[in-house]
Design a protein around this ligand. Structure first.
Ligand SMILES: [Zn+2]
Length: 333
């Protein structure tokens, strides 16, 4: 689960405004006890940035990820079933990811998380694709599904789409020489809460990895941390996530504009708690590419209705292409 703050105002009428948190909130939480600072609320839909910087464009072909290829990965992952930390499904998806990274430099960041539901083994999987330039661009997304939800919950979009897209990105980078920064793909684990989403009961894998990378000096080398989450919705509507680093957030929009996909980006803004927060907290430029508007009023989120039929190969391809174009723009900075 991700907590969303003030995602949109659906209607402008005063009466409707009184009902806004009921009618428009995407992810209201029963508990409001966590201590995160809330960003200033925006009462209007934010127009997309008007200015698009001109960056020297190299002659590389435009990114063109095959959405059906990504979708096949998502289908395979969803076929495993529910994948909460500690489950058989989780072990299977770990093996599935690793089996598709043969020949790649892979690191596993394993540790035991103390959660309100007990101790659990957590494993961030990191695939490294070296570049000639000194520095790292990270693309991350979680592969666990929500622990407290019923076994019928398969998290096609929430957990499935990010897992599948990262696997397809690995195929893009595998065996190719990179002139730009090194690319590290990270399948984060235990993003979801074990009981109720709070500042402490969430983002276990990302917190652990951020701390590790701060201690071993990796954090200083990271030029950009690009998170993808819930990016398969057939009705793709990526919010402008307001905790994200502004220049990197703008770069994602520029990437979308370069490819003609800007209508799917930043029609609304929302502050969303997700795996990018621990990296922002240690000073790594980070952006969350997320569509937390999944079904009318986010009705499919964290329900057994989060199934493959709600996704489209096109949305997966659009997000994948925008990630690749963002990488190209970071390389060109
Ligand atoms: Zn979730």
């Amino acid at each position: 689960m991700k907590r969303s703050y003030f995602p949109r105002i659906c209607v402008a009428l005063a009466l409707a405004f009184m009902m806004a948190t009921f009618a428009c909130g995407k992810s209201e939480q029963p508990s409001a006890s966590s201590a995160e600072a809330k960003p200033a609320a925006s009462a209007v839909a934010t127009p997309a940035p008007a200015e698009v910087r001109t960056v020297a464009v190299n002659s590389a072909p435009k990114p063109d990820i095959n959405g059906n290829h990504v979708m096949q990965y998502v289908k395979d992952v969803v076929a495993i079933g529910s994948r909460p930390v500690g489950s058989q499904g989780h072990a299977k998806v770990e093996q599935y990811i690793l089996s598709h990274l043969k020949g790649v430099d892979v690191e596993q960041d394993k540790f035991t998380a103390q959660t309100p539901a007990g101790k659990f083994p957590v494993n961030n999987i990191i695939a490294k694709f070296p570049g000639r330039r000194d520095g790292i661009i990270v693309v991350a997304g979680h592969y666990d599904t929500n622990y407290p939800l019923p076994k019928a919950y398969v998290g096609a979009n929430d957990g499935g789409s990010s897992t599948g897209l990262l696997l397809a990105l690995a195929d893009e980078f595998r065996g190719k020489e990179r002139d730009g920064y090194s690319i590290w793909l990270v399948w984060t684990d235990a993003e979801e809460a074990f009981v109720n989403w709070t500042a402490t009961d969430s983002l276990y894998g990302a917190k652990h990895l951020a701390q590790k990378w701060q201690q071993d000096g990796t954090a200083k080398k990271i030029k950009a941390f690009i998170l993808v989450d819930m990016i398969g919705d057939a009705d793709l509507d990526i919010q402008k996530e307001t905790f994200s680093t502004p220049w990197l957030s703008d770069l994602v929009y520029q990437a979308a504009s370069n490819l003609g996909y800007q209508s799917h980006f930043y029609q609304y803004k929302a502050g969303i708690e997700d795996d990018h927060l621990p990296f922002l907290n240690i000073g790594v430029p980070s952006v969350d590419i997320i569509d937390l508007d999944y079904g009318y009023n986010n009705v499919y989120h964290h329900t057994v209705q989060d199934t493959l039929d709600k996704l489209s190969p096109q949305s997966l391809a659009i997000t994948g292409d925008v990630v690749l174009e963002t990488i190209r723009l970071v390389d060109a900075r």
